[in-house]
Design a protein around this ligand. Structure first.
Ligand code: GDP
Ligand code: CA
Length: 332
């Protein structure tokens, strides 16, 4: 295999990609050539405009992680970051004060915003930013169009009893500490896949759904018109890895998001939510963590080949082993 495509969110997807690239370089993935190329289709529904700047959290997390510029402890933003601009914005009392942009990070958003203003598409801008970072993958936004995930939360002060906030406000300001009553993907139904996205799925020899958020990362990519159809139709096997381990997410807020769309918060629940390609879904195989071993039979009974293996991305070696297990599960 020489052509792999991965649908990715931010941190979970980026960490998986690190392990996948490590596995490819070392020849650890059965049937995958060492010179194989990886195309990443990244979620852009978390994107937002802040202080006049276009910020693309998931694209940047993938780019910085694979380009060795990430603050690994925080999991987002730049290493050796400083916060002078943020402090001075706060001194002006400018909102949103809850969304922190570091000084180094701001350079990325300035370049991106200028290029968008000059008429370049987000996919072109992303390619330009990647010329600096050399992430070792072809990084594509899922769409060049504006798509935003919004979350409905309870609000006693509102006449409807509800208030809708941008996903970033739910996650960063509210820390996902209040229940999400609904998730709305503004603009998704009318979005066009970015150039190369459909071909990346159609021409791939393997497609991987890493342990990214099934609702606000993978769910949005699958919601871009023609993407799900491309997955259903591709001759490549499609394999996924569970972000849910032991009945909750490893990091983040997948549990809250799954509750909002009424999908069971379990490894089996997410696998069966994606569904078997043999049965109208998008997967040919599903990996669950070894602690969820007891759920394998249920997934298999749902028509989806499944195995339990260690799924904790503790280091690049462990993550490469996850990628190898994913390839093995669906290798013909
Ligand atoms: P985000 O955009 O930064 O939220 O990142 P993603 O959507 O790509 O990934 C978030 C998901 O990664 C969460 O649902 C986590 O449960 C999952 N995740 C993070 N670390 C691990 C890990 O070590 N193992 C597994 N199986 N899932 C993980
Ligand atoms: Ca994200």
């Amino acid at each position: 295999m020489r052509n792999l495509t991965v649908l990715s969110g931010g941190m979970g997807g980026a960490r998986f990609l690190q392990g996948l690239l490590h596995g490819i370089e070392r020849g650890l993935l059965p049937g995958v050539e060492r010179d194989a190329t990886v195309t990443v289709v990244a979620n852009t529904a978390d994107d937002l405009w802040v202080h006049g700047l276009k910020v693309c959290p998931d694209l940047d997390t993938v780019m910085y992680t694979l380009g060795d510029g990430i603050d690994a402890e925080r999991g987002w933003g730049r290493r050796d970051e400083t916060w002078s601009v943020k402090e001075d914005l706060a001194a002006y009392g400018v909102e949103p004060s809850w969304f922190g942009l570091g000084d180094r990070d701001i350079a990325t958003h300035l370049v991106r915003t200028q290029m968008l203003d000059a008429g370049y598409a987000l996919s072109e801008v992303t390619a330009a930013l990647c010329r600096r970072w050399q992430p070792g993958v072809r990084l594509l936004p899922m769409t060049d169009d504006r798509v935003e995930t919004h979350v409905a939360i309870a609000d006693a002060d509102s006449p409807s009893g509800r208030r809708v906030v941008h996903f970033q406000e739910y996650w960063v300001r509210l820390r996902a500490a209040v229940p999400a009553e609904a998730v709305v993907f503004v603009g998704l139904d009318d979005a066009t896949p970015a150039p190369g996205v459909i071909d990346a799925i159609t021409d791939a020899e393997l497609v991987v759904l890493p342990p990214s958020n099934p609702v606000v990362s993978i769910g949005t990519i699958l919601g871009v018109p023609r993407v799900r159809e491309a997955l259903v139709a591709t001759s490549a096997p499609v394999v996924g890895l569970s972000p849910i381990v032991g009945g909750t997410h490893v990091r983040g807020m997948a549990e809250q998001m799954l509750n909002a769309i009424e999908v069971e918060v379990s490894a089996a629940g997410v696998g069966l939510h994606y569904g078997s390609r043999a049965d109208g879904g998008v997967l040919d195989g599903w990996l669950v963590d070894e602690t969820d071993r007891d759920q394998v039979d249920r997934v298999v009974a749902g028509g989806l080949p499944c195995r339990a293996v260690p799924l904790m991305m503790t280091d690049v070696g462990a993550t490469a082993a996850m990628a190898a297990a994913a390839v093995e599960l669906v290798a013909r």
